[in-house]
Structures are given as C-alpha cells and as structure tokens.
Design a protein around this ligand. Structure first.
Ligand code: ADP
Length: 255
C-alpha cells in the first residue's frame, strides 16, 4: 500500500543485468509538507498585524491624527500590533536554531539558582498580577546542559503559567534529581480539556484563538518547549483540569 508517486525508481542496465534502486521518499515528502504548512501559517500570522498597522496608519493620515484622543487610542493598538510582530519574529528565529550548529554550548548550572534567576525576570509582571512563585528542591543541584535549548523551555513554561493564571494566585516550581532531572511547573489557572492537551504542543495551536491573539500569544511557545526537550533527549508532559490549573513536567536525562 505504498504510494507509488512517493517512490523514485532508478534503473540501470549493465550488460545483460538490470539494476533497480527504489528510494522511499515518504519521509522527505512529509517533512516538505510540514515545512510548507509552517510557512503558510507564518505568513497568515504575519499578515494580520501588518494589515491592522496599515489600516490605522491610513486612517491617521486621512485626518484622525487631528484628534488627540483618537490618535492615542490608535497608537496603542499599533504598538500592540508591532509587539506581536516582534514576538512572532523572535519565536520563528528561536525555532530555526539548528541543534547541530551549536554543539559546543554545554554548561553546568545550579538548578535552584537558575530557576530563581528566571523567575526574577518576571518580577514586574508577577507584582502586577499579584502572583507568588515558590521554588522547591534541594540546593546544590548541579546539572550539565545545553543552555541554548534548556533556557527557552523554562522561559516558555513560566510565561504560560503566568499568562494563564488569575490574579492573586500561586505558581509552584519544583525539581528533583534522580537518574533524571525532573522539573514541574504548576499553575492554578484556566487549565484545559483532554482534547486540547493532545494538541497544545503543535505549532500555532491555541485553545482559544481569539483570546490568545488578544493576549499576544504566538502559539509557538509550547512547540519550542517540545522540540527543545527532544533535542536534549527528554520529554515534556502536561496534566491539566479545566478551571483548576495545569502542571507541565519536564524530564531530562542525568548524564
Ligand atoms: P501561546 O503563545 O498562545 O501561549 P503556546 O504554544 O505557549 O502558545 O501554548 C499553546 C496554547 O496552550 C495556548 O494558546 C493556551 O491555550 C494553552 N496553554 C499553554 N500553557 C497553558 C497553561 N499553563 N494553562 C492553560 N492553557 C495553557
């Protein structure tokens, strides 16, 4: 039941022998399709904020700029569009990192210190939403990893936990080291259904597209998390309950 169109048959005649080589291109074609779909999705995602930016620029130039209140309102929308474009571009650059290009990026980090450092980057946002973050795990937990891939995993999980948590709630980070390093990020936010849990690691998948767009999400964060967990030889899992919250668990080999 192989699709003959996906095969390339090369024949070679040597004397009275016919040599035949059959190449199975199924895998290559599938990769090509994934790449094409990605470019299509990216173009679509880029188009929305650009169309909005052009629309508002035109309205301002057409006369709205004479109204200071309207000007301020439009500029705020345009700033959000530009930020959205910036996030998309950052995530696309992130996804284009090639694991082979960066073979020499191994570093030893202390997990407790590293997690505190990452949380500190969001102090402003955490204060604004009055969210507290706890970090639990033994000190002096040293781990050798490729920071280029490890850091974006933690960053994206933490950003999502903050993004999808209500005000005045708590986020728990915990870790333990056995034959593997296990890091769990738990929030008490909106959670998600079982069906959504199966799809959230796909590129551009968002549970609530309208809200995600409004909140500035790119839909690429968890795809980055999954791809990088695999590059590091590990796994990422989610356990979640709608309206109760989610726990994302990263498991990486301890070697
Ligand atoms: P986004 O940029 O939209 O956050 P992600 O790839 O990071 O994209 O996440 C994909 C979708 O998974 C999000 O749009 C959101 O619906 C859901 N999601 C991710 N993290 C959480 C979380 N901690 N709680 C609830 N839903 C989440």
């Amino acid at each position: 039941n192989l699709d003959i169109r996906l095969r390339y048959i090369e024949n070679e005649i040597k004397g009275d022998q016919i040599m035949g080589t059959v190449y199975d291109l199924t895998h290559v074609r599938r990769l090509e399709k994934i790449q094409r779909d990605f470019v299509g999705n990216v173009s679509h995602e880029l188009k929305t904020p650009v169309t909005s930016l052009l629309g508002f620029t035109e309205t301002l130039l057409d006369g709205a700029k004479d109204d200071p209140a309207l000007t301020a309102e439009f500029l705020t929308i345009m700033q959000n569009d530009a930020k959205r474009l910036q996030r998309l571009i950052q995530d696309i650059i992130e996804l284009s990192k090639d694991s082979n290009d960066l073979a020499e990026d191994r570093q030893t980090i202390e997990i407790n210190y590293f997690l505190h450092q990452q949380v500190d980057l969001y102090q402003h946002l955490l204060k604004k939403k009055q969210i507290t973050v706890t970090i639990e795990g033994a000190e002096n937990c040293f781990y050798q990893t490729r920071l280029t891939f490890f850091q974006p995993i933690i960053k994206n999980l933490l950003e999502n936990a903050i993004q999808y948590s209500p005000e005045e709630s708590q986020i728990e980070l915990s870790y333990r080291m056995t034959d593997q390093l296990e890091i769990a990020v738990t929030d008490h936010g909106i959670g998600m259904s079982k069906d959504d849990q199966k799809r959230i690691f796909e590129r551009f998948y968002r549970v609530d597209k309208a809200r995600a767009r409004h909140s500035g999400g790119t839909g690429l964060g968890l795809a980055i998390v999954k791809e990088y967990s695999e590059i590091l030889g590990g796994t990422i899992d989610v356990e979640s309950h709608p309206k109760l919250g989610s726990t994302f668990t990263l498991k990486l080999p301890n070697k």
